[in-house]
Every structure is written in C-alpha cells, then in structure tokens.
Write a new protein. Structure first.
Length: 232
C-alpha cells in the first residue's frame, strides 16, 4: 500500500498532468487556424503504453537517437517527435507501473495510434499484460486508434515469437488464422474481432539494437494516414 503522503503526491501529480493536458487541448481548439496547419503538417499523435520494464522509454529514446545506456523508470511522461514518411509523429511515453496506470486515461484524448510494448521475455506477466491491454482497448476515446504491438527484447535468446504474443494477447485465436496475415518476416496483422474496425500489427523489435522499431512505426503512418489524410 502506498503511504498517505505518496498517495497525496500521486494525486497532486495526476491533477497537474490533467490540467496541463486540458490547457494544451484548449489551446489547440482555440487556435483553430492551427488545426488546418496540423492537417497540412500531417501530425499523428501516438501513445506508447504497456507494463513497466517493457522497454517503452528505451524505444522512444532510440528513435530520438538519444543515449539509451542510462534509463530509469518513468514517473511522469516523455514526449518526442519523429519524422517518418512525411508525417510528424508526436510520441507520448507514459510510466507503466501499476500505481501510474490510472493516469493513462489522461492521455487518451485525440490519440491516433496506440503502441503497446511487450517484454517478449516476461512470460510470467503475459496474462497481466493481456488484462491491461483489454482494459485500454475498451476505452471509448481509443476505439479508432490503430494498434501497434511491439514485441520487444527480441535480442534476448528465448524471447517469445510475434505469433506467441499475438495469441497470448488474444489478437489471434489459437488454431485459427481468420483475418490475420503473416508476412515473410513474421509480421502479423489483422483486425480486432469486436465491432470497432481497429487494425493491428504485431512487430518484433529490439530497442537495444533498434531492429524492427521503424518498421512498426511505418504501419502507423500507413494506417492512420489512410484513415485521416485521404482528403489531402
Ligand atoms: N535486452 C534488451 N533490454 C531492453 C530492451 N529494451 C529495453 N530494455 C531494458 O529493459 C529495461 C526497462 O526499459 P525501459 O525503457 O525503462 O522500460 P519502460 O518501463 O517500459 O519504459 C531497461 O533495463 C532497458 O535497458 C531490448 O530491446 N533488449
Ligand atoms: Mg519508461
């Protein structure tokens, strides 16, 4: 149980984050001409979530070209910007520890794509990982967001395969291949089976070597791009 004072601190942090997000969203709306600019600039808002220790911060720092040798657990959030295929991806990395997961909903507003990072070596927490993903996928504000699952830490021997992870997360029903395609590099993709038309992809990657990360983000530019910017 967190102590009373740390609960108070968490509550204060939650309020601050929430106020900050409200102000930034209001600014975006008030300065309506900027919305036009936003469309021209082809901005995509990406939320990176997943259990703590999955490698979220390492992934975000790696795409930013930052030093990944000293990364400590994320208590608040990191924002970074990635230019890819004529899009600007604003990438939000949010702390994933159990006590911080209640803050995730502060970031859902206007999210175009969800990146769910999985530690492919953490078999013990795979069920926990599925449960948290199920909760987040039910969020009203995220029904249209594309889903990229990054099966991270593939550089570690014995890491689970993309298919193992897709099955464990319930994206692929075991023994069935309905609406799932598997490419030669073992990238799995499909649509979720609920009423939303969410497209997903499971991409193997390693934040340490950088392998697979940009391939995953390419899916976001393709999928969000085809949904949002077809009139441009
Ligand atoms: N071997 C390996 N370790 C990784 C990889 N990605 C992250 N890590 C390590 O996993 C730990 C947690 O990473 P971090 O980015 O803080 O995870 P977060 O809690 O999801 O933000 C750190 O010790 C990282 O160095 C990876 O692809 N391979
Ligand atoms: Mg982190």
């Amino acid at each position: 149980m967190p102590s009373k004072s740390s609960r108070r601190r968490l509550e204060r942090a939650r309020r601050l984050i929430s106020d900050f997000l409200k102000i930034s969203l209001e600014l975006e709306t008030t300065l309506s001409p900027l919305v036009g600019v936003k469309r021209k600039e082809r901005e995509i808002r990406v939320l990176v979530v997943g259990l703590d220790n999955a490698g979220k911060t390492t992934i975000v720092k790696k795409i930013n070209g930052e030093d990944i040798s000293k990364i400590s657990p994320t208590l608040g959030f990191n924002i970074s910007s990635l230019h890819l295929n004529d899009y600007r991806l604003n990438v939000w990395d949010v702390g994933g520890q159990k006590t911080l997961r209640t803050f995730w909903r502060n970031y859902f507003e206007k999210t175009d794509a969800l990146v769910w990072v999985v530690d492919s070596t953490d078999v013990a927490r795979l069920q926990d990982c599925k449960n948290e993903l199920d909760v987040i996928l039910k969020e009203e504000k995220l029904v249209d967001a594309s889903l990229l699952v990054l099966a991270n830490k593939q550089d570690v021997e014995g890491a689970m395969s993309g298919r193992d992870i897709a099955e464990a997360l319930g994206l692929v029903s075991i023994g069935s291949s309905n609406s799932v395609s598997v490419s030669s590099s073992e990238v799995l993709s499909g649509m979720t089976s609920n009423s939303s038309k969410r497209r997903w992809r499971v991409q193997k990657c390693s934040a340490t070597t950088g392998d697979g990360i940009l391939d995953g983000f390419e899916f976001i530019t393709e999928d969000v791009g085809s949904r949002m910017f077809t009139l441009d």
